[in-house]
Design a protein around this ligand. Structure first.
Ligand code: C2E
Ligand code: CA
Ligand code: CA
Length: 419
């Protein structure tokens, strides 16, 4: 398996024609290196596969991979006299030594490729037993997931979301927890990807939504629910939600669905349709992890979000990285300007909370204000000392309408809308 490193950058920086030229040249170089007895194929995108016949020696395989790396080591012409440098990552496996059938063989080569990428790219790795420990662990987890669904080993924890100005808790985010009978608490970061890869996220997500509706009776305010891209795109998602509302009598105005940018990347029309349906039904929609994707800005103007959640990495950086404050302020102004509520997550220190409140952030979420806890133990009111400080944050000054007068004249802002 041969995969171009950072191919997306070529497309983004030099355009698709340059990308095409790189693909063509890569194919030519791989084919030249492989020779007439062997097969080179493009699997799609920037992925290639090479089949070399009559090799059962791992060193030979490694040597071949290293020759491919060398063949890619000089620049590629992309037309108009321009050249780019690109490298590949390679994973190799032997049949039948590593795997007996096609799928398993590709799987082994993929595992090796993963290790090559992890080694910093521009590398070739061959499969070794034990390399797929990660994959085996995942498979075990996948089996356990099914059992856990049947046995009801999942639980929703609730983390408060606090209105910055009043310091009042106005809702909770539902965060999934798996209490594994042998392994204890497993983080969603570990099992959500497995649930997504195996398709079990659909049932798990449906359970989360039903449980969130049930929890509404026991809390004040709204509940935010994370929706996985797979779940969002599932053909029955909207219809199932309508059924759920009917059967539970839950008020959709109290439910916010948190989605990430990755939901929106492909076939926009369908995503917009789903979002519009959900809004019509009364749900609020939040864009989660704002700022971590690559097209955040363009999505904001195209989709009807009620809320954006500034990713916690930005909040984290507030006291560390120089321009983090400027970025956070700008996101807040942008969201506010577009009529969206802005929420900051991952707020851990009073300093961060006060900065955000002062910058005009509507809501705060984070360990400082309350950790995710099970229903019986949730935070119902935030620490009074922090609440007092938040309430004392001076209100943001109103926007300046006119520039200061000069010799009796008023300078009008030079901003005109060209809509
Ligand atoms: P997320 O949606 O970004 O959720 C926020 C994560 O930040 C949670 O991690 C929360 O415990 C953590 N967090 C909250 N405050 C702080 C803080 O002050 N400092 C730090 N360092 N972390 C904080 P958690 O619960 O481990 O969830 C991780 C991710 O798993 C979530 O990220 C979400 O993407 C996913 N997830 C959780 N529950 C569900 C679910 O029901 N469905 C789906 N599809 N995904 C879920
Ligand atoms: Ca979230
Ligand atoms: Ca988030």
């Amino acid at each position: 398996m041969v995969d171009l490193d950072r191919f997306k950058d070529i497309n983004d920086i030099h355009g698709h024609q340059a990308g095409d030229a790189v693909i063509r040249e890569t194919a030519a170089r791989l084919a030249a290196e492989a020779g007439a007895d062997n097969i080179v194929a493009r699997l799609g995108g920037d992925e290639f596969a090479v089949i070399i016949a009559h090799t059962s020696d791992i060193d030979e395989l490694q040597g071949f991979g290293d020759r491919l790396l060398a063949a890619m080591a000089y620049p590629i012409d992309i037309g108009h006299g321009e050249q780019v440098n690109i490298s590949v990552s390679i994973g190799g496996a032997l049949c039948p030594e590593n795997a007996g059938d096609v799928d398993a063989l590709i799987g082994c080569a993929d595992v090796a490729l993963y290790h090559a990428k992890n080694a910093g790219r521009n590398a070739c790795r061959t499969f070794k037993p034990g390399m797929n420990e990660l994959i085996e662990k995942r498979r075990a987890l996948e089996v356990d997931l099914e059992i856990a669904l049947q046995r009801g080993e999942f639980e929703l924890y609730l983390q408060p979301r606090v209105e910055a100005e009043s310091a009042i808790i106005i809702g909770y985010e539902a965060l999934l927890r798996w209490v594994h009978p042998k392994r204890g608490m497993i983080s969603p970061g570990d099992f959500i990807p497995v649930a997504e890869a195996s398709g079990k996220i659909i049932r798990l997500g449906a359970w989360v939504l039903a449980e969130a509706c049930r929890l509404l009776d026991d809390i004040d305010g709204h509940i935010s629910v994370n929706v996985s891209p797979l779940q969002f795109r599932h053909a029955d998602f909207v219809a199932d939600l309508a059924d759920l509302l009917k059967s539970t009598g839950a008020d959709p105005h109290r439910i916010e669905l948190e989605i990430t940018e990755s939901v929106l990347i492909e076939d926009d029309k369908r995503a917009v349709q789903i979002l519009n349906d959900l809004k019509r039904m009364g749900f609020h929609i939040a864009l989660d992890d704002f700022g971590t994707g690559y097209s955040s800005l363009s999505y904001l103007s195209r989709y009807p979000f009620d809320t954006i959640k500034i990713d916690r990495s930005f909040v984290n950086n507030l006291n560390l990285v120089d321009n983090a404050q400027i970025i956070v302020r700008t996101i807040i102004d942008l969201g506010t300007g577009l009529g969206m509520k802005v929420v900051a997550e991952g707020v851990e220190t009073t300093e961060q909370a006060l900065f955000l409140a002062h910058a005009g952030c509507d809501e705060l979420q984070g360990y400082l204000l309350g950790k995710p806890r099970k229903l019986g133990e949730i935070t119902r009111e935030i620490d009074p000392a922090i609440a007092t400080q938040l309430r004392n944050v001076p209100k943001k000054l109103p926007e300046i309408q006119d520039y200061p007068t000069f010799e009796g004249e008023t300078y009008q802002p030079l901003l005109h809308s060209h809509a």
